[in-house]
Design a protein around this ligand. Structure first.
Ligand SMILES: [Zn+2]
Length: 667
């Protein structure tokens, strides 16, 4: 039976292959292995520490227990205890979704490395989830365990009725569908996918005729339904995703992007995770349906974020209030930038790339990946940031009530979100379109790619992101003619972002160099890629050299928070100053334009490049209250690894001269 289901699942996938989808196809993460270096280390920690830790948290935080409580209520009521109900065991009505995301991340791991014990553990979770599903497919533990009255003010007595405002019924199902697809792909088992199908039948029954306008209060089900559509070819799932998009904009709030119809939206507003999931879902529906009406909105909103609403770290959703995008140029350094918003922004940028083949989206992806996303998890893999601020005083409890990185959260959306992205990161390295093979990320890895009718092995060797030397060995089964497209990042070309939101003090492009079998390649960039078309044979090697000078970055004058300030970057990595390296304080440091900066490779923090600055200044006040300054050595470390050595003040942006110091040193 198992084999038959496995076969049916993959036949469906194969049948779908010819239907409309993104013109550029990602090479699946199952075909890409990080074999050494930066991402191999991070992914191994994710697999060995974060995945088991998150699964355990699903149990100890009693999120899984909610499924048992729902099942118990159904069972005892069916046996005649008609008034029986249970109280939820955890904090929030959307807690089911964290379990689904953890299963999805663990499933990605299973896809890469079969592990019978892990699979068995997931099967145990899935059995408990299925037992909590009502006979007609409804799955939302907080109502099922407590059916006679709402168990939380966010929930309405009637199903779905509060979803546009607060209940998160459809949000949880979106994550369920994503988990079901990932689990089936990893294991060939359809136990979780069947729960998804049963649920989606109910969604079709309740909303499929389009008569009930239902804008999901927290988007994600659009992406989940698109994934169900991809694996089954059942057009109802795509229709539902589209119906949910089209139901927005009839008298709702900006907070959930429900203020105007999605096709008319031009600015990123409201809760940033919701927003970025919505835009990702719009891209999916565009690709799968061929309906171009969403494109003007997607292009305008993306340009708005990248032009006016993105922090240097690639983090977005600047405001703690409403976990929301701010106004244009409202980019405070004491910002929110939820980890989930970064994950969702990565999803959206990859989808925009898959629609267009334009490297600018992967440039932005890379900035978020190495900075505002990766900062969300500790090097140990079991401590997390919910918000990702660009400045910290060393003591504020700004991390969902914690000072510094926390082991888990009452609202635990971020850790499993990080986990599923890290587990599947290999899927963002390569992509293919007809005879173009795109190389989007540089990492020591091996990959197996089908291009131009040939099976090709690609091996990358590099110390990226610390060094811009990359060697790619191309090994086709038979000699094959195709175009290798290497992304030349914006930072190489003197552009922090494809906008004027930030600029380098010295924007001179560096001289990148590509050689094939030792011979220099002269080629113009097309859509951000150097394109090498030739007949590739076993033994061919491509070397790419991307110089990584330290860059001083300045903010657009319209950003009040960065006026008179400067930040540092090297390669794709944004730097910060942490008290632990700088005499316990960062707020009183000044980085004059003439200070000398040297990059050093260091063993600390799993091996990083530090920036050591001669001619920095520390500002204070003398007894008369006058400003004083003294020359000091200062050290910057990659922002991605801050707060791995205990609580300490931190700054990404420093004043360029003492008069612009942001904190009064007397205080
Ligand atoms: Zn989150």
């Amino acid at each position: 039976m198992k084999n038959l289901l496995f076969l049916a699942f993959f036949v469906a996938v194969t049948l779908r292959a010819e239907a409309a989808d993104y013109p550029v196809k990602p090479v699946p993460f199952t075909n890409v292995r990080f074999t050494r270096g930066f991402w191999q280390q991070r992914q191994a920690t994710n697999s060995v520490v974060t995945v088991p830790f998150a699964l355990q948290q699903c149990e100890t935080s009693l999120r899984l227990n909610n499924f048992d409580l729902a099942a118990e209520t159904m069972r005892r009521r069916a046996a005649g205890e008609t008034n029986f109900q249970n109280q939820p065991a955890s904090h929030y009505p959307f807690d089911d979704s964290d379990v689904y995301k953890a299963i999805e991340g663990a499933s990605f791991d299973l896809s890469i490395c079969p592990d019978p014990a892990l699979q068995q553990k997931l099967d145990g979770f899935i059995t408990r989830i299925a037992a909590a599903q009502e006979p007609d497919g409804y799955l939302y533990t907080w109502r099922t365990m407590h059916p006679d009255s709402p168990a939380h003010p966010w929930i309405n007595q009637q199903r779905w009725l509060n979803d546009p405002q607060s209940s998160h019924e459809l949000y949880s199902l979106g994550h369920l569908y994503e988990a079901g697809v990932a689990h089936a792909a990893a294991t060939g088992e359809t136990n979780l996918l069947n729960t998804c199908f049963k649920s989606a039948e109910l969604i079709w029954h309740d909303f499929g005729d389009g008569k009930t306008r239902m804008p999901p209060g927290h988007e994600v089900i659009e992406m989940g339904l698109c994934k169900l559509y991809r694996v089954t070819g059942d057009p109802r799932y795509l229709d539902l995703a589209k119906l949910f998009l089209e139901s927005r904009g009839y008298g709702g709030s900006e907070y959930s992007q429900n203020h105007i119809p999605v096709v008319d939206q031009r600015e990123a507003v409201g809760h940033a995770v919701r927003a970025n999931y919505l835009y990702s879902g719009m891209a999916d529906v565009t690709a799968l349906s061929g309906d171009p009406r969403y494109l003007p909105a997607l292009n305008a909103i993306w340009s708005n974020v990248v032009g006016c609403k993105l922090h240097l770290t690639g983090g977005c959703g600047a405001l703690a209030k409403g976990e929301a995008y701010g106004a244009n140029y409202e980019l405070p350094n004491n910002c929110y930038n939820e980890t989930c918003a970064a994950v969702a922004f990565l999803f959206w940028n990859e989808r925009m790339f898959l629609l267009t083949g334009d490297a600018k989206y992967m440039d932005v992806f890379e900035r978020t990946l190495y900075n505002g996303f990766l900062s969300g998890v500790s090097l140990s893999g079991d401590r997390f940031f919910y918000p990702n601020t660009l400045e910290y005083d060393g003591k504020a409890k700004n991390n969902a009530g914690y000072a510094g990185r926390a082991p888990w959260f009452g609202c635990a959306c971020c850790p499993p979100n990080l986990m599923r992205m890290l587990a599947s990161l290999g899927g963002y390295v390569y992509a293919a379109q007809v005879t173009n093979l795109f190389v989007n990320l540089y990492a020591t890895s091996e990959a197996w790619v089908d291009i131009a009718g040939q099976h090709v092995k690609l091996s990358q060797a590099t110390d990226y992101p610390w060094d811009g030397g990359i060697k790619i060995s191309v090994t086709p089964k038979q000699p094959a003619t195709f175009t290798l497209c290497l992304r030349i990042p914006g930072w190489v070309r003197g552009e922090p972002l494809p906008s004027d939101l930030y600029r380098y003090a010295d924007a001179t492009p560096t001289k990148w160099l590509v050689r094939v079998n030792g011979k220099k390649v002269q080629a113009d960039l097309i859509n951000g890629y150097v394109q090498i078309n030739r007949e590739w044979k076993t033994g061919d090697t491509v070397t790419l050299s991307l110089p990584m000078p330290v860059r001083r970055v300045l903010g657009n004058e319209k950003i009040a928070a960065t006026r008179g300030l400067v930040a540092l970057e090297r390669g794709p990595v944004v730097y910060c100053f942490e008290g632990v390296d700088n005499d316990k304080s960062a707020a009183d440091l000044v980085l004059p334009d003439n200070a000398k900066i040297e990059a050093h490779t260091e063993e600390i923090l799993n091996g990083i490049v530090t920036l050591d600055i001669k001619g920095a200044q520390r500002v204070g006040r003398n007894a008369d209250g006058a400003l004083t300054k003294k020359n000091v050595m200062a050290r910057a470390i990659p922002y991605q690894v801050w707060d791995n050595r205990g609580l300490s003040p931190m700054r990404v942006w420093l004043a360029r001269d003492a008069s612009r110091i942001s904190t009064d040193p007397a205080k």
